[in-house]
Design a protein around this ligand. Structure first.
Ligand SMILES: Nc1ncnc2c1ncn2[C@@H]1O[C@H](COP(=O)(O)OP(=O)(O)OP(=O)(O)O)[C@@H](O)[C@H]1O
Ligand SMILES: [Mg+2]
Length: 453
């Protein structure tokens, strides 16, 4: 029969038990704020020795495949390197005491290591050892191992303490894994949301582009039909005017006749621009050197308007296949706009360069431009720029910000129509107070086209 312990010893036992409970409680509270698995392992190793009074503590982490243990933290006499492990030990599941614990998923306590065939002695052989498994869910997360230089150093109390520590560490490992999983889920959701937002934005841009294309197409058809009918009427009017001039030159009032002729010529020009917008101009494309055409145009401009245009022309410009007089009309319309926008008509420039267009879906372009080689001609000014709310309208026929009677608003419509009909396009880039650039994209001539001298 067991003898009851004397009162003094019972009190001593109770107070050391209470002390241990307090320590484990602090341990549990500390674990709550540990942010990572690495910090957790180091905290446990350090405090199994520091707070719980074990001689040493080594923690091994199991790999994903559940075949290997790797030393990840160690504290005590055997590790003088602080929070650092030089040459970490790697032990296969099933080998040695630690390997056996990982394989059998159960703790092992060895009272005398000299009699244990599984013991792998190192530079400082011990006499007793305790090793407990760590779990994360139903997987082995690692083991906590502690050795002691004396025989049977790990009694019931030590075993209970270390299994409590292992249970707390396992719970924390599970919590960290869950945190990591929710973080990954959150990141996936952020990626999916960003992707969705991007797709919605692209769809909206595409819809806007489609709307713009349909609008231009509808106006184009209407303008084309109207211009065609009106052209017939105008032909009759100007034909009759010529007859009147020929048959009764002395009776006709010359001033009135001249007035009617000027109005009819202006009407004819309007019709030409409207037909150009509707892409019904008769074009005669030839392969040509755009640099030469630009230089000649600039010279002529300077003679006519006494306003120089700066030229920045690329060497070895690819030849393009276009109607030269249509291009001159385009350059004239853009240069006149640029002069009108520039103070003192200065600061206007024309550039040329070879470009590869690779973005078939680019939202910037008013029409789809097929991927390929283009010669880009830029007409720039340093004027006040175009207000953002006007930018989407400037190519519409009859859109003008000029006072009534001063502008037709057909210049840019003609440019867009001819550029499209030539297989290219025009893009406007403008910044308020910084100026405007119109970029003309001309498709490169095919190999068979002979460049005009
Ligand atoms: N370089 C530019 N700088 C600022 N605004 C411009 C420029 N080019 C065109 N615009 C704007 O685009 C509008 C339309 O130009 P467009 O050439 O089609 O007609 P317009 O110049 O008004 O009339 P017209 O060409 O018959 O004289 C202009 O009224 C102007 O508001
Ligand atoms: Mg104009």
């Amino acid at each position: 029969m067991l003898q009851p312990l004397p009162l003094g010893e019972r009190q001593r036992n109770r107070s050391s038990e209470a002390q241990m409970l307090r320590t484990l409680n602090t341990f549990a509270l500390d674990l709550m704020s540990i942010p990572s698995v690495e910090d957790l392992f180091w905290y446990v190793a350090q405090n199994v020795v520091g707070k719980l009074g074990f001689v040493d503590c080594v923690i091994y982490q199991a790999d994903e495949a559940q075949t290997m243990l790797t030393q990840v933290a160690a504290w005590g006499e055997k590790n003088p390197f602080g929070r650092n492990i030089i040459n970490p030990l790697i032990i296969p599941f099933g080998r040695g005491i630690t390997g056996k614990v990982a394989q059998n998923r159960a703790q092992i306590v060895v009272d005398d290591l000299l009699g244990d065939s599984d013991y792998i002695a190192d530079t400082q052989p011990a006499r007793s050892e305790i090793c407990v498994p760590l779990f994360c869910g139903d997987r082995i997360a690692g083991v906590i191992d502690s050795e002691h230089p004396e025989i049977a150093a790990f009694g019931e109390a030590e075993q209970e303490i270390l299994s409590t520590v292992a249970a707390m560490t396992s719970a924390k490992l599970e919590l960290l894994a869950e945190t990591q999983r929710s973080q990954a889920r959150y990141e996936d959701m952020v990626v999916a949301h960003t992707q969705l937002t991007k797709e919605i934005r692209n769809r909206k841009a595409l819809e806007a582009k489609l709307f713009e294309a349909r609008k231009i197409e509808a106006i184009g058809t209407l303008t084309g039909r109207f211009a065609h009918e009106f052209n017939n009427l105008l032909t009759v009017i100007s034909g009759n005017l010529e007859l009147l001039e020929l048959e009764a030159p002395e009776t006709a009032d010359q001033d009135t006749l001249q007035g009617v002729k000027t109005a009819s010529d202006r009407g004819a020009q309007l019709i030409r621009d409207m037909l150009a917008f509707a892409q019904r101009t008769r074009l005669s494309p030839v392969a040509l050197d755009m640099n030469r055409l630009v230089s000649e145009f600039c010279e002529e401009c300077e003679t006519t308007f006494h306003s120089p245009i700066e030229q920045t022309l690329a060497h070895d410009l690819w030849p393009v296949s276009v109607d030269p007089s249509a291009v001159e009309n385009i350059l004239l319309a853009l240069s006149l706009n640029a002069f009108e926008a520039s103070p003192d008509r200065s600061g206007v420039s024309i550039s040329s360069e070879n470009v590869f267009h690779t973005l078939p879906e680019s939202a910037l372009f008013p029409t789809e431009l097929n991927p390929g080689r283009y010669v880009r001609i830029g007409v720039s000014d340093r004027g006040p720029g175009i207000a953002p709310e006007h930018l989407s309208q400037i190519f519409d026929p009859f859109f003008t910000t000029k006072p009534v009677g001063e502008g037709t608003g057909l210049g840019l419509s003609m440019v867009l129509g001819v550029m499209r009909q030539s297989g290219g396009t025009v893009v406007a880039r403008s910044k308020i107070t910084e100026g405007t650039t119109f970029e003309l994209y001309f498709p490169v001539a095919s190999c068979g086209d002979v460049v005009e001298e």
